[in-house]
Design a binder for this molecule. Structure first.
Ligand code: NAD
Length: 471
């Protein structure tokens, strides 16, 4: 009998009336049973968070900072257990930029956030008045997370919320709920009851959470389509929002690069987590002069990267996480073939079991093809040829997306000039997908609203209160 995981409500580990099987995308084996929280349990979790907020909002700064340190400590102590569970339910390998790397990210971000602070700012101290700006918590934060980096994204939501005095109800993706359920159960033990609650269930539970009148802020990471629904449901009670949505990151490769020198950066900038990363390269624009050499270098580099079951040592790439994503990737590659694109490697789904799709580089493909225009979210990269860099910049900017972009070239003045013109929340030069806890991260256009990380990311969990005193 598979293990039943538990909800966390008001500091208690709680069972549900119904459970759903969660399967390993590499093997199809059942990893565990995820509780399907009822509407009443969701209401209990929000109620517990609302009650806990009354004390937590006034807890002193040192207590809240120490709580973040304690979270980092719990994550460190249980990193092995959580990484293995993550690998089994998400599919990503333990090594490389996989599950252990994700746990290290969780620990690093939690520790860093514990050391951040938002002191009172004195805006004026004059014979006329003393004006102070305080940063107050907002209330109960509803956190909704996706399945690609489930634990790290959960930590990105939870820890800054708690650090600033909010309380939280988190709902993980139905595809990867187990790691989050277990992680929250462990973390909640070092926090006052009700400060952190976790409910799992289907998409409808996310909709209920994001509509609930007692949720003051929603932090959502997921697709653009769902982000729009979350935004609509926030309108009724004017909830504060942070939305981290889909990306279709372009990378522009200029003719003066040495393909052998940049191939590793391009490869992992695109293939991190088998391409299931919001801020991965999803469209590669390469100048005609070096087009064939860049294509060849990518194909050769790929020959040494093993893909397979996450728990088998040495694998660096895993499967697609779920059937829906697997079908989408197949559909986009088949469409590209029909449009006359050239498959450089891969291009056919592997024999089962598991949702394995080989790394696929697609050449001689143009903007206007679905594989270029849509977010493929898999190990497939379209490589588009250009001759005039103005065309590449126009194409890079010509979508609804605006998460990250990158430019690769040898002349710093030219790369800086192009970086200034690319429309994205982050533009990288000669690298991609390099994030850090002190550097704000977020999308523009339809890729999101607001930022996470850095001082600005922490401020997003607060509201400003001015104290304006007569002298
Ligand atoms: P998704 O939008 O399908 O689901 C995300 C979460 O929303 C899940 O927990 C889901 O249950 C919940 N949900 C579904 N319908 C809902 C509704 N009506 N109201 C409220 N919640 C609802 O996304 P996904 O497929 O899990 O994740 C992949 C997407 O996430 C990709 O587009 C990717 O680019 C994006 N993403 C963005 C970032 C970022 O930081 N910008 C990071 C990771 C993933």
């Amino acid at each position: 009998m598979a293990e039943k995981y538990r909800l966390t409500i008001g500091g208690q580990s709680v069972e549900a009336d119904r459970y759903a099987e969660v399967r390993n995308p590499s093997t199809g084996d059942v990893v565990g049973l995820a509780p399907q929280a009822s509407s009443a349990q969701l209401a209990q979790a929000i109620g517990a968070a609302k009650d806990a907020f009354q004390a937590w909002r006034h807890a002193d700064d040192a207590t809240r900072a120490a709580a973040c340190g304690a979270i980092a400590g719990v994550l460190t102590e249980h990193a092995g257990e959580l990484a293995e569970l993550l690998s089994r339910e998400q599919g990503k390998p333990l090594g490389g930029m996989g599950a252990e790397f994700e746990l290290q990210g969780c620990i690093g971000w939690a520790g860093f956030t514990g050391q951040q602070s938002l002191p009172v700012k004195v805006l004026e101290d004059s014979p006329d008045r003393r004006v102070e700006m305080h940063r107050e918590p907002i209330g109960v934060v509803g956190s909704i997370t996706p399945w690609n980096w489930p634990l790290m994204i959960a930590i990105w939501h939870i820890v800054p919320a708690i650090r600033t005095g909010n309380t939280v109800v988190i709902k993980p993706s139905p595809f990867t709920p187990l790691g989050t359920l277990r992680m929250i159960e462990l973390i909640s033990a070092v926090l006052p009851p009700g400060v952190l609650n976790c409910v799992s269930g289907g998409d409808e539970l996310g909709a209920e959470l994001s509509q609930h009148p007692d949720i003051a802020k929603v932090v959502f990471t997921g697709s653009i389509a769902t982000g729009k629904k979350v935004m609509a449901s926030a309108a009724d009670t004017l909830k504060t929002l942070t939305l981290e949505l889909g990306g279709n990151d372009p990378a522009i490769v200029l003719p003066d690069v040495n393909p052998e020198q940049i191939v590793e950066g391009l490869y992992w900038g695109s293939l991190i987590n088998s391409g299931q990363t919001c801020g991965a390269i999803k469209r590669l624009y390469v100048h005609d002069d070096i087009y064939d050499r860049v294509c060849d270098a990518l194909v050769v580099f790929n020959e040494n990267i093993p893909m397979g079951d996450g728990l088998t040592e040495g694998n660096l790439l895993g499967p697609l996480q779920n059937g829906r994503q697997y079908e989408k990737v197949i559909e986009l590659v088949e469409d590209a073939k029909k449009q006359g694109a050239r498959i450089l490697c891969g291009g056919e789904a592997a024999e089962g079991p598991g949702y394995f799709y080989p790394v696929t580089f697609v050449a001689d493909i143009k903007d206007g093809t679905r594989l270029v225009d849509e977010e493929q979210f898999g190990p497939v990269l379209p490589i588009i040829r250009y001759t005039d860099v103005e065309d590449a910049i126009r194409a890079a900017n010509g979508t609804e997306f605006g998460l990250d972009a990158s430019v690769w070239g040898a002349d710093p003045a030219q790369t800086a000039a192009i970086a200034n013109r690319l429309e994205a929340g982050t533009v990288f030069i000669n690298k991609h997908a390099d994030i850090a806890p002190h550097v704000p991260f977020g999308g523009i256009k339809c890729s999101g609203l607001g930022v996470e990380f850095g001082e600005e990311g922490l401020e997003a969990y607060t509201q400003i209160k001015i104290i304006n005193a007569a002298a």
